[in-house]
Design a binder for this molecule. Structure first.
Ligand SMILES: Cc1cc2nc3c(=O)[nH]c(=O)nc-3n(C[C@H](O)[C@H](O)[C@H](O)COP(=O)(O)OP(=O)(O)OC[C@H]3O[C@@H](n4cnc5c(N)ncnc54)[C@H](O)[C@@H]3O)c2cc1C
Length: 233
């Protein structure tokens, strides 16, 4: 879909944890938005200042989009998200980005998320399972603390219902676990992904994590181009 200037109104705001908020935006113009799971919208804050937010909901819901933010960074975007309340108007440009999963891709998908990097992956996985994806999928998800694993209960429930979904959350606070995202995820991928044959990886989070995880996968023999990434910070 071509990105377009859009206008929406906040329907609801929910707190998922101390610093993670969700906001539902009801589209006004256009009245419905087509997008692919994994895409994001751009919120303008000035002539050259924008913040990107991935769409947490799935393309099945075209009239109401859910965004989800970690407001701990505390800059412009966090302050804006924290202040959102029902009835507020939101202008954005979207949908944008190519961090999308192609169902026709015969490779085995591995998703790797560092904290709030889970948002586009939540949209992709929810859509895949809602529309009958029978193939194995692995999600390796790291956060500083279990309370920062947004959507953890949803993923646990998916894993119970679909034995092909291997959900591997790790929190830095667990005994013996690495305390930073890049090391935590690189170690987890090293341990949990023994075989990279026929794999395609989707990594979202900070730049250092993307590099470390890609290095681990490439060292195991994966083609660099089989690692797709979305850099949040
Ligand atoms: C394609 C894309 C999609 C994104 N989707 C989301 C999303 O769905 N939800 C979301 O919360 N953010 C998302 N982001 C990040 C978002 O655009 C903002 O950067 C973030 O909200 C922080 O903005 P800020 O103005 O509060 O802080 P800033 O002033 O921009 O950042 C302050 C500092 O914190 C660092 N930082 C930013 N975010 C994090 C973080 N989560 N953890 C650790 N350090 C961080 C920045 O690099 C900077 O050094 C996305 C970014 C991109 C590029």
């Amino acid at each position: 879909m071509k990105p377009r200037e859009s206008r929406a109104r906040v329907d609801a705001v929910r707190r998922l944890s101390t610093a993670i908020l969700e906001a539902d935006l009801r589209l006004e113009e256009p009245p419905a938005l087509e997008f692919d799971a994994g895409q994001w919208v751009s919120i303008p804050f000035g002539p050259k200042t924008v913040r990107a937010y991935s769409i947490a909901s799935t393309p099945q819901s075209r009239k109401v989009l859910t965004l989800c933010a970690d407001v701990a960074p505390g800059g412009l975007g966090s302050a804006w998200f924290r202040a959102l309340k029902p009835g507020d108007e939101v202008r954005f440009k979207g949908p944008l980005g190519g961090f999308v999963y192609t169902r026709a891709d015969p490779r085995r998908p591995l998703f790797v998320a560092e904290e709030i990097g889970i948002v586009p992956i939540r949209s992709i996985l929810t859509e895949l399972y809602a529309t009958g994806f029978g193939r194995p999928v692995t999600l390796v998800y790291w956060a500083r603390d279990p309370g920062w694993l947004a959507y953890d209960a949803e993923f646990r429930s998916l894993a119970r219902r679909y034995p092909g979904f291997a959900y591997r959350p790790t929190a830095a606070s667990a005994a013996g676990a690495a305390t930073d995202g890049p090391s935590g995820l690189a170690e987890a991928v090293l341990r949990l992904v023994p075989d990279v044959a026929g794999l395609v990886a989707y990594v979202a989070g900070g730049e250092q994590t993307i590099h470390r995880v890609r290095d681990v996968l490439v060292a195991k023999g994966l083609d660099r181009k089989a690692v797709k990434w979305e850099k949040f910070w």
